[in-house]
Write a protein that binds this ligand. Structure first.
Ligand SMILES: [Ca+2]
Ligand SMILES: [Ca+2]
Ligand SMILES: [Ca+2]
Ligand SMILES: [Ca+2]
Length: 354
C-alpha cells in the first residue's frame, strides 16, 4: 500500500509543475511552461544585455502551451528599447502561401518590411512587439496584430516594461491579447561567437496569451516562428527590415561554420546570403525546420486530448494507446513524443471540465 501512494504523490508533485496556467508577467517562463520547443544555437548579433548596461537583444528559448482555448507563448531573452521587435509568424492553416505582402498602415514598420520574405510554413497571422525606451522614464512595448491573408493591421496597445502588467492600453485590443515583457535578463546567450553561453539559464523575457478567437479559432495544428528584428527601411525597396541572427527555431543546425553574421537586410542580396529575399525554407542557408508546432490546441482544459471539454479516462486511454509514438493531440506538451510527461498532465487534470 505504501509504495503506490508514494508514487502517486510523486506523480502529482511532478505534474503540478507542468499543469499550471502561465502568469503573463514576463517572469518564471521555464517553470511555468516546462520543456522548450526551440533553443537558441547562435550568439546574439544584436548585443548582450548585461548588468552594466541596458542595451542588447536576444532570444534564448521558445515555450508554448495551450489551455482552455488560449495559446500561451514564452520567449526568454531581451528586447532593446530602440525599436527592436519580436515577431511571431503564426500558421493556422488558412494561408496557402509561404510569403505575404503587407501594405496596410505602417504601425510596426518592421512587419511591413518583411513583405516578400519566404517562410518554411505559411503564416496567416503575425504579432509584432517593439520596445521604445526614452530617458524620461517612458519604457513601453507596443503590440500589433496583422492578418497577413487579408492585409489588415491593428495596433493593439502599449504595456509598461517590467511592470508585471499584461493588458495593452491605448489601442484596439478586441483580439483580447495579453503581452508582458521583463527586461532584466543578464544571462542566456552571449555576444561572443566563440562562447555561446547557456540559453536555458534565462528565465525572463516576453510572454503572450493569445485567445484562439484572435486567430480565427483554428481547429488543427498551429505552426509558428519567432524572429528578432531591428527597424525597417521602407524607403529602399531592396532593404526592408533589418534581421538579427536570433530566431526560434534557431537559424542554423548547430553547426558553428554556418552561424549567421550579426544581421542582414531582409530583401537585400549581401554575402553570404546571395539568395534574397530572405528565405527561411532554403536548406542551403538555413538548415532545419524554421517553425515549431503546437499539435492541436484544445478548446477544453489541458489534458483534454479528444477535445470534448472533459479530462477523463477516454483521454487517458488515448495517451496510453499512443504511448511511445509521436502522437498528435496525445503529445500534450508538444515535445515530439507521447510519454509519461503527457500521461502526468492527464492524471493531474483528471476530472477537469467534466
Ligand atoms: Ca510568467
Ligand atoms: Ca545574454
Ligand atoms: Ca476529453
Ligand atoms: Ca510529449
Amino acid at each position: 500500500m505504501r509504495r503506490p501512494m508514494m508514487v502517486l504523490s510523486a506523480i502529482v508533485a511532478v505534474a503540478s509543475l507542468s499543469a499550471q496556467t502561465p502568469q503573463i508577467d514576463g517572469r518564471n517562463i521555464p517553470s511555468e511552461f516546462g520543456t522548450p520547443l526551440a533553443v537558441q544555437t547562435n550568439y546574439t548579433g544584436f548585443g548582450d544585455r548585461l548588468s552594466t548596461h541596458l542595451w542588447g537583444s536576444e532570444m534564448n528559448a521558445l515555450y508554448a502551451k495551450c489551455i482552455n482555448g488560449v495559446l500561451y507563448i514564452g520567449i526568454t531573452g531581451n528586447l532593446e528599447g530602440n525599436g527592436n521587435s519580436f515577431h511571431l509568424y503564426i500558421d493556422t492553416g488558412r494561408s496557402t502561401s509561404n510569403t505575404f505582402n503587407l501594405t496596410t498602415g505602417c504601425i510596426n514598420c518592421s512587419m511591413q518590411g518583411m513583405s516578400g520574405v519566404i517562410f518554411e510554413h505559411r503564416p496567416d497571422y503575425a504579432i509584432g512587439v517593439n520596445r521604445f525606451r526614452d530617458d524620461q522614464g517612458n519604457d513601453f512595448i507596443y503590440i500589433d496584430i496583422h492578418d497577413l491573408l487579408n492585409n489588415q493591421s491593428t495596433y493593439v496597445g502599449a504595456v509598461a516594461v517590467d511592470s508585471g502588467n499584461s493588458t495593452p492600453s491605448g489601442g484596439d485590443n478586441s483580439a483580447g491579447l495579453s503581452v508582458a515583457f521583463d527586461s532584466t535578463n543578464v544571462v542566456g546567450v552571449t555576444s561572443d561567437p566563440n562562447n555561446l553561453g547557456d540559453p536555458l539559464s534565462a528565465t525572463t523575457g516576453m510572454e503572450y496569451a493569445i485567445p484562439l478567437s484572435a486567430l480565427g479559432n483554428p481547429q488543427g495544428q498551429i505552426k509558428f516562428l519567432a524572429v528578432l528584428t531591428g527597424g525597417a527601411d521602407l524607403g529602399d525597396p531592396c532593404r526592408g527590415t533589418y534581421l538579427s541572427n536570433q530566431s526560434l527555431p534557431a537559424l542554423n543546425g548547430g553547426n558553428p561554420s554556418q552561424q549567421f553574421p550579426n544581421a542582414a537586410w531582409a530583401r537585400c542580396p549581401s554575402a553570404p546570403f546571395d539568395m534574397f529575399p530572405f528565405d527561411f525554407s532554403n536548406e542551403a542557408y538555413v538548415p532545419g525546420q524554421q517553425y515549431v508546432s503546437v499539435q492541436v490546441c484544445p478548446a477544453g482544459p489541458e489534458g483534454d486530448v479528444n477535445g470534448d471539454g472533459c479530462v477523463d479516462d477516454a483521454d487517458l486511454l488515448a495517451v496510453l494507446f499512443a504511448f511511445g509514438g509521436a502522437g498528435n493531440a496525445e503529445d500534450i506538451n508538444n515535445d515530439g513524443i507521447v510519454d509519461d510527461a503527457d500521461l502526468l498532465i492527464v492524471l493531474f487534470n483528471f476530472g477537469s471540465g467534466c
